[in-house]
Design a protein around this ligand. Structure first.
Ligand code: 6PG
Length: 223
């Protein structure tokens, strides 16, 4: 596992905000970033929107996508788009037409195909990992993990009473740079299992960098 360990969640947020700006600097005329849901990236978002960081990004080049979504209205607090707006998108001058909420699998796949052409090469794909090793809305044991053609699907599984939309492994694997943001002691176990070679969804994403806080990194195999 290509992992970097940060002492705490604040250091993790700072390292990830710097990584976002680094990926932005490496991108061409447009910076295509795919955001994730979950709580961990919200601190990164807030830092990017802060007085300290806001002036360092060229927001006019940003094109923002979402990697997964709960099928709830866009103003529902369970919506990843809603949370990204609260922590970042409402506070920075990204042109409205360059922010792409995920509301329908076929429509989103069409949008991605029109934007990217043959493969969704996000300049930066941000991901999180659940305590069970899921990422985006790809859960352990789901048939969604077998999808090989589609880039965006509505998985057949209903998790916590909620249906979802998600990018698939082929879409996630196409990103130019992928980073997992993972924090907390509850993540040490899936980190341990992935480091040991178990095929949990998060570990199936190719070529990712991992930013871990020390609590999550407790699961890394000793070097
Ligand atoms: C979501 C996610 C999901 C998330 C993980 C980790 O919509 O919930 O995209 O895959 O990234 O569950 O979440 P935390 O950062 O809250 O641990």
């Amino acid at each position: 596992m290509n992992a970097r360990v940060l002492p705490d969640t604040e250091a993790l947020a700072r390292a990830s905000a710097e990584l976002v700006l680094e990926a932005e600097a490496a991108a061409g005329e447009r910076f295509a970033i795919c955001l994730t849901g979950g709580s961990t990236p919200q601190a990164t978002h807030r830092l990017l929107a802060s007085d300290e960081y806001r002036g360092r990004a060229d927001w006019s080049r940003w094109h923002v996508f979402l990697g997964d979504e709960r099928r709830v209205p866009l103003d529902d607090p369970r919506s990843n788009y809603f949370n990204a707006r609260q922590s970042l998108l409402d506070h920075v001058p990204i042109p409205a037409g360059q922010i792409h909420p995920l509301t329908d699998a076929d429509q989103y796949e069409g949008l991605l195909r029109a934007f990217f052409g043959e493969a969704p090469r996000f300049d930066l794909l941000m991901l999180g990992m659940g305590d069970d090793g899921h990422t985006a809305s790809l859960f352990p044991g789901s048939v969604s993990l077998l999808e090989s053609e589609r880039w965006v699907i509505a998985p057949p599984d209903v998790v916590q009473g909620m249906s979802r939309l998600t990018l698939t492994l082929p879409a996630l694997d196409a990103a130019r740079r992928t980073v997992f943001l993972v924090a907390g002691a509850a993540k040490a176990d899936p980190i341990r299992r992935i480091s040991a070679g178990e095929q949990l969804p998060a570990g199936m994403v190719q070529g990712a960098e991992w930013l871990l806080d020390e609590a999550a990194a407790a699961g890394l195999a000793p070097v």
